[in-house]
Design a protein around this ligand. Structure first.
Ligand code: ADP
Length: 504
């Protein structure tokens, strides 16, 4: 008959049993370092103890056995000789007493047996006051069989029985019957030793357990305390507390490295955080200026210049310019946040920089026509690299735009694209302006950095241009820089790796 399964068969009180994988994961999560260390330490100590105990017992047994065998091999023939010589005069003819005395002297049991295993000597069972009835109970019927089967050609044998090491030999005490000398060395001593060793092992084990608890608490604390401390601090860091300091100096090298890595992460996070705050502050400030202007001029048109077409157009133009400035600011901010946050990946393609540069320069044509700026170009043809076209266009546009903004009275800007050595080519823009002070050169690549001197510029600037250039070129891993001489002008340059197979 089919057995009825209870409804919840295989399910625990709290629902279904976790599958093996889940169980493992749960275990993984809940096994503490403390427990692991304790388990490893205890298991290790116990295995050392066990191996030590057994090997010790084995070695002691072995050497004890060898010692007994040596003693018997040495003393057996001496005892045998003395027994065959008969009891000396001073024993008063007490042969049994003499045998007992020899036994005590050599610390062995000595018996003379007949062919059936009956004890012939010592005769008097009650003679020995220490073990009066020993001989009565002795039954050598098994031993004699063993002796008989083991006896060698010379009438001697040595063997190990269950509890004794035995030296036996066939002796001729009586003319008509064979008799056998039995010398046994009991090995009970070794059993006692081994039992003591086992007891000692149990006691040591208890001690080890207590000791390993103590040691593990100390060691685990030493490991886990700094880790817990770092976890606490990392949580604070995650909540935006950049003052936390990770310290692993009093612990192992790995802890020091972990602390250093976390401190580095903290510094980077705090830098990013600071830059973000600065960016927001600067952006809001820069948004405010054109917005105020737009509002101001719009009010002026409504209130004052509305009737006067000339004034109104002038004011409306300011509004258009400021709106343009706002738009380019928004674009720059979007660009920089997209590029530096890594949201935008580079679309790397083969790019004919020579041809592309002409296109970029064309965008400045209106400045030549309206304001008399001249772009003087020397461009080597067919220079190709692998890059993101739009981004490199932005770089060249920003650098040329800056040069126009900062060039001197002659309104000349020199643009070069020259094939260089080692498979590279160099794009550079030179102006004839005031140059950049050496102490400012490092800063110009930073977001929102603007030199202290501001002047009216033909190309709109937001203070983000060079920062965008830097971010784009860093992402491409292209080499770039600036050379500048006060009073003479500046040259901004980018080194492109040349790709040799030309675009078809
Ligand atoms: P901006 O919109 O102010 O031009 P950039 O990031 O392009 O912002 O440039 C940052 C600063 O670097 C400028 O404010 C200016 O002080 C300096 N700079 C950039 N290009 C030149 C140049 N060709 N000559 C002199 N100074 C320059």
């Amino acid at each position: 008959m089919k057995k009825k399964q209870p409804k919840n068969a295989g399910q625990g009180i709290r629902g279904r049993m976790p599958r093996l994988g889940e169980k493992f994961r749960i275990q993984q999560r809940t096994t503490s370092l403390y427990f692991l260390l304790w388990a490893i330490f205890t298991a290790l100590t116990f295995s050392i103890l066990l191996v030590g105990n057994f090997s010790q017992q084995f070695i002691v047994w072995q050497s004890y056995r060898e010692q007994i065998a040596r003693d018997l091999a040495e003393n057996g023939p001496i005892i045998e000789k003395r027994i065959l010589e008969g009891s000396p005069d001073w024993t008063g003819g007490n042969y049994s007493g003499y045998i007992r005395m020899l036994g005590r002297y050599y610390d062995v049991d000595i018996f003379i047996l007949d062919e059936q295993g009956a004890v012939l000597f010592p005769l008097e069972p009650n003679f020995n006051p220490e073990a009066p009835e020993v001989e009565d109970s002795l039954d050598f019927s098994q031993e004699i069989k063993e002796i008989l089967s083991n006896l060698e050609a010379d009438g001697h044998t040595m063997y190990e029985s269950k509890s004794e090491y035995v030296y036996a030999s066939k002796i001729q005490l009586f003319p008509n019957a064979d008799s056998y000398l039995y010398i046994g060395k009991p090995m009970e001593f070794m059993h006692t030793v081994s039992a003591r060793m086992n007891l000692r092992m149990i006691l040591i084990s208890i001690f080890v357990l207590i000791f390993s608890f103590a040691v593990t608490s100390a060691v685990a604390g030493w490991f886990t305390n700094p880790m817990q401390e770092m976890t606490r601090k990392a949580r604070r860091l995650a909540q935006g507390d950049f003052d936390v300091d990770f310290d692993g100096t009093n612990y192992a090298k790995e802890m020091v490295e972990l602390a250093e890595a976390l401190n580095f992460a903290r510094d980077e996070l705090s830098k990013t955080d600071r830059m973000q705050k600065e960016l927001i502050a600067n952006v809001s400030h820069d948004f405010k200026t054109p917005l105020t202007m737009i509002k101001g001029y719009a009010s002026m048109i409504i209130e004052i210049s509305g009737e006067n077409p000339e004034k109104r157009n002038k004011h409306a133009q300011v509004i258009v310019d400021e709106a343009d400035r706002l738009a380019s600011l928004v674009n720059d901010v979007l660009d920089i946040s997209k590029i530096s946050s890594g949201l935008e990946t580079l679309k790397l393609e083969k790019l004919d920089v020579s041809a592309y540069l002409y296109e970029i320069m064309d965008r400045f044509a209106y400045l030549r026509e309206t304001k008399g700026y001249q772009l003087i170009a020397e461009i080597d043809e067919g220079l190709v690299t692998t890059a993101d076209e739009g981004k490199i266009g932005q770089v060249m546009y920003n650098l040329i735009g800056n040069a126009i903004n900062y060039t001197g009275e002659d309104k000349k800007v020199y643009v070069y694209l020259k094939r260089g050595e080692n498979g590279t080519f160099r794009f550079s823009v030179t102006d004839t302006g005031k140059g950049i002070k050496p102490q400012e050169i490092q800063n110009i690549w930073e977001r929102y950095y603007r030199s202290s001197e501001t002047h009216k510029r033909p190309v709109q600037g937001t203070g983000l241009g060079l920062s965008i250039v830097k971010t784009i070129l860093d992402k491409h891993q292209f080499h770039y820089g600036v050379e500048s001489e006060i009073g003479k002008g500046s040259t901004f340059y980018v080194i492109f790796p040349e790709v040799l197979d030309k675009i078809q």
